[in-house]
Design a protein around this ligand. Structure first.
Ligand code: AGP
Length: 622
């Protein structure tokens, strides 16, 4: 996620802004920038790609930017590549892509969030004589505020309110206006923003960790609220422009806890960010009730003509690919194979030249996945990357790119990025099925409706936290854990088992339930935990029989049920019911309790959940 900061008071703004931005680095970013003004002199901009230290060095620690009022930003690219021109702050004037120096614009601003209807807003502004120097949605929304300022000859708060009525999406905006020296204006919907004040200074930031050094008394600006911030004071307004009263909150967290938004670990924070990650990803692909893959460069013709798909990935990304494999076959009746990238890259890759190779990767830097991509390109195959990091190597080298919008994922064990990958693969499989005439409009619309309902159902599934915490306490000293299922349930077991292994260090296996009797069931003995995932209707009933076989050998049975399958008390020692969803998309719900189980088992064992031993967030070595 992007990070935004602001300051207005008596001391020089730039050093405060840089210090505050440094406390937001954990949020992940690829560029940064500042805008500072000294009384009624022009606003000065400085923007840099890469690490914050580049901006620090460019401004000599802020000393080269004089002025006591300013805003700053660390950018996690969503619209537009990570370049200096696309870095924030952005301006309303005609300055084409100023990256350092004074600007003459009436509005200068920074933004965290995603403007969904940015295309229609851009077209509107183009019709009114505006031009654009960047490929960001932020520049559009800042120019929209400027447009209302001039069209209606109104003040900043009224112009911001008009923008909020017109723009759809999420935003935490901090703006400076040429004719309002010393003042910062803010607007918020969905994206976090807090404002802190002391006797004669005011601060703004994406979260409290950026402010704790300066103040512990903060205001949480509400959705669709705007604010006028002056030294030592903040005034909040509703959409009608009426001032609303707000009470400050005293923050007792330490700064490390604040970075995690009050959660104990980044992993649990990211588990709870999944509804938003899935929603943002789906909303970037589903517009006006239809799936639109044009931004990824995937045409109907490509989807129609391809002879099959190969999904190459590693770890959890491969687990997501396994779900994709199933759905391409099930929905689009298209031959599909999920390949371990570390194997695929060395194989002959017997392809007819018309297969699409899909490389799934959160980081976009995994060496084996990158090698698989290059091998596919060498064979002349069309390649698609599904990645979470804009501008990453895999994203840059693939022919087509579909971005997941999970935001930066800090914990080594992936959760929200995996869920966002599932969402992207669902949309891809459903759209492919439609284009190839395998599903009609009725099913198409039903699937889309089910997809858009997933974030809320994931949120509901997260409600089982306490029960999974209880179950984890029972598994904390287990020697082996088995996850069993069939079809998509087996694919979810793969992810559940990896979560258990990689952060609790307990040996675990995911097993196709029907395969157990071919040898591995010899390992089942009294007390061994066996988790059955049961969301796939008739297939789940068969898994129930396999669970009974384990029960007969003394296993401790836990059942994760959905799709109408229920488990009677005597059939399992623990059972959990998932919210209802179309069975094709059940993995998004079934994985939630398994993530929580792995997380709480690791916590129960007192391990370093976010940085498990021997592991790296991105495996850039082969
Ligand atoms: C998952 O929790 C692990 N961190 C690991 O398996 C990861 O999914 C794998 O290394 C692939 O990483 P990528 O998605 O960045 O390519």
């Amino acid at each position: 996620m992007c990070g935004i900061v602001g300051f207005t008071g008596k001391q020089q703004a730039a050093p405060v802004l840089l210090d505050s931005l440094s406390r937001l680095e954990y949020r992940g970013y690829d560029s940064a920038g500042l805008a500072v003004r000294n009384e009624d002199r022009p606003i000065e901009l400085v923007k840099a790609t890469g690490r914050l230290k580049n901006l620090y060095n460019m401004t000599d620690g802020g000393a080269l930017l004089t002025g006591c009022c300013g805003i700053g930003h660390t950018r996690w690219a969503t619209h537009g590549e990570p370049t200096q021109t696309n870095a924030h702050p952005h301006v309303s004037g005609l300055e084409t892509g100023v990256t350092a120096g004074p600007v003459d614009s009436d509005v200068v601003g920074v933004h965290n969030g995603i403007i969904e209807n940015y295309e229609e807003l851009r077209d509107k502004l183009l019709r009114h004589g505006y031009s654009f120097y960047s490929s960001t949605d932020t520049e559009i929304v800042i120019k929209l505020v400027d447009y209302y300022l001039k069209k209606y000859k109104i003040g900043p708060i009224d112009a911001i309110n008009r923008m909020m009525v017109r723009a759809r999406g999420s935003y935490a905006l901090a703006l400076m206006f040429k004719d309002r020296p010393g003042e910062i204006y803010a607007a918020r919907k969905d994206s976090p923003m807090i404002i802190g004040v002391t006797e004669d200074e005011s601060f703004l930031a994406s979260d409290v960790s950026a402010l704790l050094k300066y103040t512990r008394d903060v205001y949480y600006i509400g959705d669709h609220q705007s604010a006028r911030i002056v030294p030592g004071e903040v005034h909040f307004y509703d959409l009608n422009g009426d001032e609303v009263q707000a009470q400050p909150t005293h923050i007792s967290w330490d700064s490390e806890a604040a970075e995690k938004g009050g959660y104990e670990h980044f992993m649990i924070k990211e588990i709870y960010e999944q509804p938003r990650a899935v929603e943002d990803t789906l909303k970037s692909l589903i517009k006006g009730g239809r799936i639109d893959l044009s931004a990824a460069g995937l045409s109907d013709e490509l989807l129609k003509d391809m002879s099959g798909v190969r999904i190459a990935a590693c770890g959890s990304a491969w687990h997501a690919g396994m779900v994709g494999q199933f759905l391409f076959e099930e929905l689009a009746e298209l031959p599909a194979r999920a390949e371990l990238a570390s194997e695929f890259r060395y194989r002959k890759m017997l392809a007819d030249g018309k297969e699409l190779v899909i490389v799934v990767s959160q980081s976009g830097e995994t060496a084996d996945s990158l090698a698989a991509l290059r091998a596919a390109k060498q064979k002349g195959l069309k390649t698609l990357a599904i990645v979470n990091v804009r501008g990453s190597t895999i994203a840059r080298e693939a022919d087509c790119v579909l971005y997941t919008l999970a935001g930066p994922e800090i914990a080594v064990a992936t959760t929200k990025a995996y869920s966002a990958q599932l969402a992207a693969l669902y949309a891809l499989a459903v759209e492919t099925a439609r284009v190839r005439g395998r599903i009609g409009s009725e099913d198409y619309e039903r699937y889309i409706s089910e997809l858009l309902a997933l974030p809320e159902k994931i949120r509901e599934a997260l409600g089982e936290k306490e029960r999974m915490q209880w179950l984890a306490s029972k598994f904390a000293h287990a020697g082996d854990v088995f996850f069993i299922g069939r079809g998509l349930d087996y694919d979810v077991c793969l992810e559940g088992s990896l979560k258990m292994k990689e952060i609790s260090y307990i040996h675990s296996e995911a097993y196709a339930a029907g395969e157990l009797k071919h040898g591995t069931i010899s390992l089942i003995e009294k007390g061994i935990p066996v988790i059955g995932v049961l969301t796939q209707g008739a297939l789940a009933e068969k898994t129930l029989s396999n669970m009974a076989e384990c029960r007969a050998r003394g296993a401790y049975l836990a059942a994760v049920c959905g799709g109408g399958t229920s488990v009677a008390g005597e059939d399992a020692d623990f059972a959990l019911e998932l919210p209802e969803t179309d069975w094709h998309f059940a993995p998004s719900l079934a994985v939630i309790p398994l993530q929580l189980l792995g997380y709480y088992t690791s916590v129960a064992r007192g391990l370093d959940v976010d940085k498990p031993r021997n592991l790296a967030k991105s495996v850039t070595v082969q």
